[in-house]
Write a protein that binds this ligand. Structure first.
Ligand code: XMP
Length: 515
């Protein structure tokens, strides 16, 4: 497949550049900005993008691309630092000026350029830079400028383009036109990237890796593992596909039953559901320290998995998992190590995964996809919308939403309240507007009155946030009436909850979960 290779120098929006190109239908990959441009890395590449960066190009030790980036015969587009880098490396000059440009800036186009085909002079760009171009590198022509500085330039004969603004951010007018001009018109990259094509190539890959061997997938109930299950079942003989689901007793209401039925609907034949709740709850008895809870759950999870797998498939197997592109970036495997990464709790490095990776027995069919592409792939595999749109759920489950000691009774109480909360959000058409919502059971009892009696009941916190990736979060702005009605429903129908509070903390400084 044709691709645009994005060289990452640590810019805040590098991920966004790659995503925007994919939205245009052009496959894009991110590589560390300083990577050697080997034939392997350049396979399929039709063009290069040099990303932004927190560095200054004139600082000693600031990251620079392989020099062949400027003479590879491939068109290259420098964005912000990428433009400054290119200018600096090719003999122009970059400096920290007195006028810095942040936010919306109109750009006057002063000469014709294929990069700006269809873009009117005076369009409003979006900038975020301290340094500016003082003098263009020899051979470059000025294409656009702000009131203060050069904003775009090109060296047509070398196929080098530079822009000081960020076409990838949604506030930049004509940003997609400019990216399309570069990727499709200037680089000639084919628009081959779509989920159907990805599905076909992922299926081929799974078949090639697996042959007639058994493949095991650990199911969490979340969208990623469900989509991998759907792919495996489509690619292989269902009798080869073993799905293992461990019920820790810390799952949401009816979760295990729903997981089983959605996997059966996808054609699963070897579904191994292990009820390990007794073991988890007894290991957690008397423990209230959050880190200790996480450790106990993580270790026990691994132990149960190993035991079950040895029992189910004593003869060996391939392991599949739902690693995403962002997880790959985080672990620095093959992609930009400078990239601003998304915290992922999913990719906990277990010895099992590491051993399987070493043995070449690890199948990761989502490893080139972003989360929203996984959802799209899930839809194309016929996975129900309810699973695809389900809010994220942490690995340690309800244990990190029950502050203090975790007991079966507390889990049951929280499950009831949470199911009611989520049900209300769905009924009110709010569920899909919220990135994640859940209840937290606080280790506090407060006084209430029921009839003529004083009663001590638990305090329940509601959490509902908006977010893009879980890295930062805002409080969901409920209408007061919704909150009041939901609160009343919970205290009226979940016996044991005496009081409901709403958590109005953003992240940062708070985290999304309470533990
Ligand atoms: P925090 O609380 O760190 O959460 O702001 C960010 C996102 O990550 C989820 N989360 C976890 N997911 N294992 C997981 O699989 C974990 O241990 C874990 N802790 C937090 C959390 O639900 C939110 O979506």
């Amino acid at each position: 497949m044709d691709k645009i290779l994005v060289l990452d120098f640590g810019g805040q929006t590098t991920q966004l550049i790659a995503r925007r190109l994919r939205e245009l239908g052009v496959y894009s990959e991110i590589a560390p900005g300083t990577a050697s441009l080997t034939p392997e890395l350049l396979e399929g590449a039709k063009g290069l993008v040099l990303s932004g960066s927190p560095y200054s190009s004139y600082e000693p030790g600031s990251p620079a691309p392989d020099r062949t980036a400027y003479a590879s015969g491939l068109p290259a587009l420098g964005i912000c630092y990428g433009f400054q880098r290119m200018t600096h490396d090719l003999g122009g000059s970059v400096a920290a000026p007195s006028v810095r440009e942040f936010g919306r800036r109109p750009i006057e186009l002063v000469s014709e350029s294929a990069l700006f085909a269809g873009v009117p002079s005076g369009f409003v760009s979006w900038m975020s830079h301290g340094d500016s171009i003082e003098a263009l590198a020899p051979g470059f022509t000025l294409v656009g400028k702000t009131e203060a500085h050069p904003a775009a330039a090109e060296n047509r004969s070398l196929g080098l383009y530079g822009i000081q603004f960020h076409p990838e951010v949604s506030h930049c007018e004509y940003g997609m036109t400019i990216l399309a001009n570069f990727a499709i018109e200037i680089c000639g990259a084919a628009r081959e990237w779509n989920v159907e094509a990805y599905q076909r190539s992922a299926i081929d890959e799974v078949r090639r890796l697996s042959g007639d061997r058994n493949v095991v997938l650990l199911i969490s109930g979340g969208v990623d593992s469900t989509v991998v299950a759907g792919l495996l079942l489509r690619a292989l003989d269902p009798s080869q596909v073993h799905l293992l689901y461990v019920d820790t007793g810390l799952m949401r209401k009816d979760e295990s039953r729903e997981v089983a039925s959605s996997l059966q609907a996808l054609g699963a034949r070897n579904l191994h559901i292990v009820d390990a709740s007794e073991g988890f709850l007894s290991a957690l008895r008397g423990v209230s320290d959050p880190e200790a809870k996480r450790r106990i759950i993580g270790d026990l999870f691994m132990e149960v998995q190993q035991r079950e797998l040895a029992h189910i498939l004593p003869g060996g197997y391939l392991l599949a998992q739902g690693t995403l592109y962002t997880d790959m970036i985080e672990s620095g495997r093959g992609v930009g190590s400078n990239a601003q990464v998304i915290k992922s709790h999913h990719n906990v490095r277990s010895p099992l995964v590491e051993a399987k990776r070493k043995a070449g027995e690890l199948v990761e069919p989502l490893a080139r996809l972003y989360k929203d592409e996984v959802r799209e792939l899930g839809r194309s595999l016929g996975i129900p919308e309810a699973v695809i749109r389900r809010h994220p759920f942490p690995g340690p489950g309800l244990a990190v939403r029950i502050l203090g000691e975790v007991t079966r009774e507390r889990c049951d109480l929280l499950r009831e309240a949470d199911a009611l909360f989520i049900g209300e959000l769905k009924e009110r058409g709010l569920y899909d507007k919220i990135w994640q919502a859940f209840c937290v059971l606080l280790p506090v009892k407060s006084v209430g009155v029921t009839g003529d009696l004083r009663e001590y009941g638990w305090v329940l916190a509601l959490r509902a946030i908006t977010s893009k990736d879980g890295m930062t979060a805002d409080v969901f702005p409920f209408e007061a009436r919704d909150l009041l009605e939901i609160s009343a429903k919970i205290t009226n129908s979940v016996r044991g909850i005496g009081r409901v509070v709403y958590d109005v903390s953003s992240k940062p400084p708070s985290t999304i979960e309470w533990e």
